[in-house]
Design a protein around this ligand. Sequence first.
Ligand code: C2E
Ligand code: CA
Ligand code: CA
Ligand code: CA
Length: 279
Amino acid sequence: SKELGRNNFQFYTPAMNDQALERLRIEGELRHAVELNELVLHYQPQVDLHTGAIVGLEALVRWNHPILGMVQPGSFISLAEETGLIIPIGAWVLQTACRQAKAWQEMGFTQLRIAVNLSARQFTQASLLESIKDTLQETGLEARFLEIELTESSVMADIERNILTLRDLKSLGVQLSVDDFGTGHSSLAYLKRFPIDTLKIDRSFVRDIAINQDDASIVSSIISLAHNLKLNVIAEGVETASQMDLLRAQGCDEMQGYYFCKPLPSDQIETLLLNESST
Ligand code: C2E
Ligand code: CA
Ligand code: CA
Ligand code: CA
């Protein structure tokens, strides 16, 4: 109302006004980022710790802004979630990642898996199942090669309802992984009721694994827990050889991190895949 508008106006300082305008401008630009083809995916390899082979790739979105350059997701994903723009952005990510994975499979990397991050807002959307099903059909990617990453906090939010959604997703044949594991409030009792395939150990536990006995114990417990529940375990944020060696010794299945490779554009991933397969 007018009344409210006037009241609000009184609280505005020039600085706040600038900030609010800046946010509005960015929101408006983000709204057009998909259609202007400004979003790009980078891919980070997930490596089998025992064979050294690249078994999967995680798709990570970036916004190639005409003025700001390559904007990292940390700067716009939460805005996208708040405004609902994550729905069209997420659909674009899913479509692009599945199409790319299918192309790599057709180049001969037939068992390559693609991991896509799903925000809480996408996860609770009524049309989620339909849109994943459609995307798989359109791109021709087999469901078992798509891994959906959900954060611990989004699956733990409304447990009874989420178990049903997870079951629906599983019935499509996709793989499900719990991202950032250990940072939220997981209830171990519920974990076994979730039809999930993979736990991703958050990088905050991996960081000091080689120098802090407590972190090493936590990681080793997560690995045992996951294996007892018949889950695959991926360690995130592996930056050094000693972290990798320890994880391998603890029986961790896969790793992802700068030590092996940072997220790269698709053409550089392609070169990497070709080099790996020829050696
Ligand atoms: P995440 O899903 O936990 O992704 C892992 C993040 O860790 C990525 O940051 C990756 O570049 C970074 N990383 C990988 N290896 C290392 C390492 O060895 N050391 C360190 N320090 N960092 C490493 P990025 O690409 O900036 O993405 C940040 C977050 O943005 C992601 O965290 C994810 O939550 C979100 N995000 C990215 N792409 C998407 C998307 O397409 N959809 C949604 N909903 N969220 C996304
Ligand atoms: Ca992730
Ligand atoms: Ca991750
Ligand atoms: Ca993570």
